[in-house]
Design a binder for this molecule. Structure first.
Ligand SMILES: NC(=O)c1ccc[n+]([C@@H]2O[C@H](COP(=O)([O-])OP(=O)(O)OC[C@H]3O[C@@H](n4cnc5c(N)ncnc54)[C@H](OP(=O)(O)O)[C@@H]3O)[C@@H](O)[C@H]2O)c1
Length: 327
């Protein structure tokens, strides 16, 4: 495993880390023992950074972090998120009282006295124009309940706006072979400002592993079933917002670029690692085999100019018209 500097916080984080949404819920059935086995395998392979949220399985994912801490001596960072417990999910809700309550609940779930990093969980765009929200986060830092804060964003422009706020230390964003606009300006700007980036949905919800087909079936409680058209949350979180049939066609072309001995998932992750502004990638994984596959990307050779331009050509041909202008 290779490590990268986590912005101006300065942690040395594994470039392939662990996204803990799927082990919480909304991806079909999960088994806590298998999830813990996946997380332990990640630690063995050098992963030292876990991304969770208070809403993943209504706290189940955060509680797995607590269990993992109890069952291992290996140190690791846990970063969580706050805001999505709001209903309705509106900018007004990102106030001092609510944020404090969310943080208190996460402290309890994770079983620590201070949270290392809390990300506002894709708040409405208006939130970035409300200094009182960020003043409330500053107060939580002062009180010692949290050490740092950042934001998770849907769109590039929200990320660029968030970077202007002096105490926003990290930005989480979707970036993958099917979501390339962050490479135009966002990543370089984050790098220049010393803001850490956490790259989510790197495998386009599993599509960029090459295992999905037109016949693939998803459980009723899997967002790949119930959010395909954005019925429950931003459609960009499901298959990175790429229409399913178009994604499958693009994946067929990408398969020919996979280096010998590697997998498409590893190519997809290595492609992301080609960009300097990337601090860490958080692929979701539910079992040790997936974790091994994903961590293997860190050992892959850098992609050639030719591979990079071939990926770009596939994007331009199939994906760009449907997604480029949207996020
Ligand atoms: N708003 C936000 O802030 C937000 C939103 C989304 C995600 N996130 C974070 O980002 C993380 C990653 O995003 P994601 O989980 O949505 O998408 P992802 O990493 O693109 O896809 C993860 C899914 O792909 C499948 N998979 C993973 N590795 C595989 C492999 N090597 N071979 C075959 N299948 C594999 C697994 O599902 P199956 O085995 O079921 O196919 C896994 O759950 C999340 O866990 C979460 O921490 C944050």
């Amino acid at each position: 495993m290779q490590y990268r500097e986590f912005g101006r916080i300065g942690w040395k984080v594994s470039e392939i880390s662990f996204g803990a949404w799927a082990v919480g819920g909304e991806w079909g059935a999960v088994d806590d023992d298998q999830s813990i086995a996946a997380m332990k395998r990640a630690l063995e392979l050098g992963v030292n950074f876990f991304d969770t949220a208070d809403v993943y399985g209504d706290g189940r994912s955060e509680r797995l972090m607590r269990r993992l801490r109890k069952e291992t001596k290996t140190p690791f960072h846990v970063v969580t998120k706050a805001g999505r417990r709001l209903s309705p999910h509106v900018a007004d809700g990102y106030n001092r009282g609510n944020l404090t309550a969310f943080v208190d609940r996460s402290l309890q779930n994770i079983g620590v006295e201070s949270l290392e990093l809390v990300q506002l969980h894709c708040p409405p765009t208006d939130t970035y124009y409300r200094p009182e929200t960020f003043a409330a986060m500053d107060e939580l830092v002062k009180a010692g309940k949290i050490q740092h804060y950042g934001v998770s964003v849907e769109r590039v422009e929200e990320g660029l706006k968030a970077m202007e706020l002096p105490n926003v230390k990290s930005i989480q964003i979707i970036f993958n072979m099917f979501r390339q606009r962050p490479a135009e300006r966002f990543l370089a700007e984050a790098h220049r400002r010393g803001v850490a980036t956490i790259i989510r949905v790197p495998l386009a919800s599993g599509m960029l592993t090459g295992k999905l087909t037109a016949a693939s079936k998803f459980a009723p409680d899997d967002h790949r079933n119930f959010n395909r058209h954005g019925e429950a949350f931003d459609v960009g979180e499901t298959f990175a917002g790429v229409p399913y049939d178009i994604g499958l066609q693009a994946v067929e072309e990408l398969k020919s670029l996979v280096p010998g001995g590697a997998t498409l998932a590893q190519l997809a992750l290595r492609w992301i690692l080609m960009f300097d502004g990337v601090s860490t990638i958080i692929p979701g994984g539910k079992n040790p085999r997936q974790i091994e596959d994903n961590c293997g990307a860190s050992a892959l050779a850098a992609l050639t100019e030719r591979q990079m331009s071939s990926v770009r050509a596939v994007y331009d041909r199939y994906i760009r018209p449907a997604v480029h202008q949207r996020w």
